[in-house]
Design a protein around this ligand. Structure first.
Ligand code: ZN
Length: 286
């Protein structure tokens, strides 16, 4: 059933979707049944301007800190397996929209994989909101046991724990059957529990003032899905890749939830963190 009412009534915020680096991957691995060809896997992050909270980001994409943290073994394995290209910086991307890294007051982190948090050190004044289990994992592992999970703890700011706000401590709100947490108290930024990919994995629900279709509700989905097509066609990643997820069963049911939300809510746009198609479409119309 197609519903025209929003998932949740929210005040509008200003929204910019940014591309901060990319790697390449075989499509056959990222989407079950996909062709064996190399596809671009951009790292997408968001900058959001809230009327009273100021600048907030969702994820950070890659940054120079990724290259510093992977200069030596065993961390070098990460960039050997997934070669990364970076042709911009957080400062340059924020500059284009009239913001500076020092002005970012909060970063909502979908999960702690290197391609989502490499820029945290570039945002010295930001509180860090994420799922508690994610921070616990990334701060308890070192060396090869961290790299095995795609984590690079050396890339995190030294004071990450004192700047951390667990999303689970915020007021819970229901988002059409999913658990959400109201991050700033006015429901404009609602973290959404999207479990499976990594411990504490979350998305962010917001309502944007303008976009390709004149604004509307957006769910930033992090790595709960790698493409709009995977959500539309309910296609999980290939089995060997999905088996590496923290909780493959939960990841499958999260993808089903996204498929259902996408089908049921005409005004909702779901934006996965690595989808070329969604990024082009959003920025062509915005
Ligand atoms: Zn990712």
């Amino acid at each position: 059933m197609l519903l025209s009412q929003p998932l949740l009534e929210q005040p509008e915020v200003e929204f910019h979707w940014l591309r901060l680096g990319r790697c390449n991957q075989l499509e056959a691995l990222s989407r079950k049944g996909g062709p064996w060809k190399n596809i671009e896997f951009p790292s997408l992050a968001a900058a959001i301007k809230h009327p009273t909270e100021g600048w907030v980001m969702f994820d950070t994409g890659y940054s120079q800190h990724f290259f510093d943290a992977t200069a030596r073994m065993p961390e070098r394995l990460y960039r050997t397996l997934l070669p990364v290209h970076l042709d911009t910086s957080i400062a340059a991307e924020l500059g284009r929209i009239g913001a500076e890294p020092e002005e970012v007051r909060r970063v909502v982190v979908s999960h702690f994989h290197g391609d989502h948090v490499a820029g945290l050190r570039d945002l010295p004044n930001a509180r860090i909101s994420a799922g508690r289990a994610g921070l616990e994992q990334v701060t308890s592992l070192r060396g090869i046991s961290a790299v095995r999970h795609g984590l690079l703890p050396a890339m995190l700011p030294e004071d990450v724990k004192s700047r951390f706000d667990a999303v689970e401590e915020r007021t819970a709100v229901s988002v059409d059957g999913l658990t959400g947490w109201d991050l700033v108290g006015d429901r404009s930024l609602v973290a959404v529990d999207l479990p499976g990919h990594m411990p504490g994995h979350i998305g962010l629900l917001l309502t944007v003032a303008d976009g390709p279709h004149g604004g509307g509700q957006v769910l930033l989905a992090g790595d709960a899905a790698w493409s709009s097509r995977a959500i539309r066609d309910l296609q999980p990643p290939a089995r060997p890749v999905a088996a590496m997820f923290d909780d493959p069963g939960a990841a499958r049911s999260t993808l089903s939830s996204l498929h259902r939300l996408d089908a049921d809510h005409a005004d909702l746009t779901i934006l996965p963190a690595h989808c070329v198609e969604a990024f082009r479409e959003w920025n062509a119309g915005a």
